[in-house]
Ligand binder design. Sequence first.
Ligand SMILES: [Zn+2]
Length: 88
Amino acid sequence: MPAPRLRSRSLRKVFRKVSGGRVSLHYKKKKPKAARCGNCGALLKGIPRELPFRMRSMAKTKKRPERPYGGVLCSKCMRKEIINKVRQ
Ligand SMILES: [Zn+2]
């Protein structure tokens, strides 16, 4: 039976092979949900699904695509948004 603090379902179980060929059960924090488009809700590509402390140590250019609305809108919605802005 794991320690009470490890019985939480908010932790995920990771089986790790340790030296000696033994398999040990480690507990890790779950990753946050993937980023979604603010307009259509599609999964955003090019955005790492990492814990905040890992995101903080990452370069800005690795965290979202470098284009207008990068990390906010998907590429399709970004194109529509730009066309709409020009037409106004
Ligand atoms: Zn979209």
